[in-house]
Design a protein around this ligand. Structure first.
Ligand code: G6P
Length: 475
């Protein structure tokens, strides 16, 4: 089928689950990228190409949850080499400033090329003449080139949801030139922060010897991509703020928030962390700071931390190591400070539906986001969107994209445990007037710059960009 708008993202926006009759069916899946793109897809009636998350043959084109979907099949070997290997044990740690050491294996790279070719093939099949194709994230960096080589008529955008690292780090990648060529198949490359775009432009100059002018890369005529200009610009992603606020305002959700506080023993202060269990999120740093604050008695006796750590990439070694580390730290704190029936850390290694997340956001006095490196961090924005009564405080790592926008947060360097402790104490003891001032500032930003604004700005820039000849835009 020919579509005027094609999205290619690592994941489909649905999960395969077993229905009541035992038959397989599709359920909308949680996650930042999905909640970001779903509203845009519905409005534009496009097609979404992605992987279901399971090993096995492609489910073929289908319709679920009101969206046209095309599944990409991955064999068990490709799941290991492409997804667990190259995506999540090479690129993910490399692009997050080598917090964990990246591994470089030629077999993984070959699997990455193979899977990127499958995505490109599906996009080429689905795209009508002159269609717009929007490719997402680090898993698919070669797709723009593979599409461009077959279809000069398409308008191709790529958005990098995670950081793009400084050149000294990117240069470690044995396939750095191929990745740059892959990305340069697009007309427009979007990054979360200005330093991501600047790092990419520098990598084009240093690794590929290309010329850049302002935010534009000149692609020379001698390659397979033809002489073109490619624009690299900044588009900070956001959330569907109004929809989330509506959920938070529901009576049932407010009641659930009150029940959560009751179940926690009606403490004076509830601290909250909600993360994928990922080493980029700085969960051990947060636990160290909290443990020390309890030992020093600086938060008073009636404080609890709720830490939701949703299971993620559990077959990748670094994630298993992290889980053990986090769970050891949690049980140490609880062992030292719990009284019977009232542990100071409530640790949930679970995923929750959006309603429960909204209730948790409402139940918390202080939200802790302590990422060591994070493309954006949508949890910070979700917390702000839910706090419609302008209460609550946000402790936010300066190494997140959100830190550029949420000026009402208590900004921290999560490596500085003393600074982190001070910020948590200040956030927990903030006056209601000061909390309101800060929250109002943040809410203005999150409500005005929602995900629809992000998508409109990106697509507006892409469609104004003449194919093969990018115009300079100030964003
Ligand atoms: C991050 C990435 C997404 C990814 C998500 C979940 O947000 O930017 O591209 O889909 O994590 O990770 P997973 O490995 O489960 O797809």
């Amino acid at each position: 089928m020919a579509h005027r708008f094609v999205v290619a993202a690592s994941r489909l926006p649905v999960d395969r689950v077993e229905g009541p009759d035992g038959a397989a069916c599709w359920r909308p899946s949680p996650g930042g990228l999905v909640s970001a793109l779903e509203p845009v897809m519905r409005e534009s009636g496009g097609v979404w190409i992605g992987w279901s998350g399971d090993a096995g043959p492609a489910p073929g084109p289908f319709r679920a949850n009101g969206l046209d979907l095309v599944g990409i099949g991955l064999s068990a070997q490709l799941v290991r080499d492409y997804y667990e290997g190259f995506c999540n044990a090479t690129l993910w740690p490399l692009y997050h400033d080598v917090i964990a050491p990246p591994e470089f294996h030629r077999r993984w790279w070959e699997a990455y090329v193979t899977v990127n070719r499958s995505f490109a093939r599906a996009a080429v099949e689905q795209a009508a003449p002159g269609a717009t194709v929007w490719i997402h994230d680090y898993q698919l960096q070669l797709v723009p080139q593979f599409i461009r080589e077959q279809r000069g008529d398409l308008r191709i955008g790529f958005f990098n949801h995670i950081p793009f690292p400084g050149y000294e780090i990117f240069a470690q990648l044995p396939w750095r030139r191929q990745v740059i060529t892959g990305l340069l198949g697009a007309d427009l490359l979007g990054f979360q922060r200005q330093d991501g775009a600047a790092n990419f432009l520098r990598a084009c100059r240093r690794a590929a010897g290309l010329t850049t002018r302002g935010s534009t890369v000149r692609v020379p005529p001698d390659g397979t991509l033809g002489a073109r200009d490619v624009l690299a610009a900044t588009f900070p992603i956001s959330i569907d703020s109004a929809a989330l606020e509506q959920i938070a305002r529901r009576d049932s959700v407010r009641k659930r928030a009150a029940d959560i506080r009751l179940a926690l023993g009606e403490p004076d202060t509830v601290l909250l962390g909600i993360d994928r269990l990922d080493y980029t999120k700085g969960i051990p740093h947060r636990l160290s700071a909290y443990g020390e604050l309890l030992r020093e008695g600086r938060l008073g006796p009636r404080v609890v931390l709720v830490q939701v750590a949703s299971p993620s990439r559990e077959r990748v070694a670094a994630y298993r190591v992290l889980r053990d580390k986090v769970e050891l730290a949690v049980s140490r704190i609880n062992g030292e400070h719990a009284e019977v029936g009232s542990p100071p850390v409530h640790y949930l290694h679970q995923s929750h539906p959006r309603e429960e997340m909204a209730a948790l956001y409402l139940a918390a006095d202080v939200m802790l986001v302590t990422s060591l490196r994070d493309g954006m961090n949508l949890v910070a924005k979700e917390y702000v969107a839910c706090r419609y009564d302008e209460t609550g405080a946000l402790v936010l790592s300066e190494f997140t994209g959100s830190a550029d926008e949420l000026s009402g947060a208590f900004l921290v360097n999560p490596h500085d445990i003393e600074g982190l402790k001070d910020a948590i104490v200040r956030a927990a003891t903030i006056s209601p007037a000061e909390a309101r001032r800060r929250m109002r500032l943040m809410r203005k930003r999150v409500c005005e710059h929602d995900v629809a604004h992000w998508a409109r700005t990106f697509l507006g820039t892409l469609t104004r960009t003449p194919v093969g000849e990018a115009a300079e835009v100030a964003l």
